[in-house]
Design a protein around this ligand. Structure first.
Ligand SMILES: [Zn+2]
Length: 98
């Protein structure tokens, strides 16, 4: 699936509040990857062709190649009706809540 570059760029501009410098080489020349990419659960001995697939949009640094992935459902690039589980998952918390 190809990404909508305008939609991704608009989402990035709206949501990226931190410094846009690359954390590796400190330049600021991000490129949007042309395709939505996917990550699958690791099962260890082969590639599973059924089960969960997590779609991501990639941004890469044109100088050093560092890559950032954004959840394509949460960012609105992939319709959530086509992938329900990508927005789920456990929250990352700094400390235990009692
Ligand atoms: Zn870089």
């Amino acid at each position: 699936m190809k990404v909508d570059y305008v939609k991704v760029a608009d989402w990035i501009r709206e949501n990226w509040k931190a410094s846009m410098k690359c954390p590796v080489c400190e330049t600021n020349d991000w490129r949007i990857g042309e395709d939505v990419v996917e990550i699958r659960p690791f099962i260890g001995h082969s590639v599973e062709t059924v089960g969960n697939v997590y779609p991501f949009v990639q941004l890469f640094c044109s100088k050093c190649g560092y890559v950032i992935f954004f959840n394509a459902v949460i960012s609105g690039i992939v319709d959530p009706k086509s992938f329900i589980k990508a927005g789920s998952g456990a929250p990352l918390k700094n400390k235990k809540e009692g």
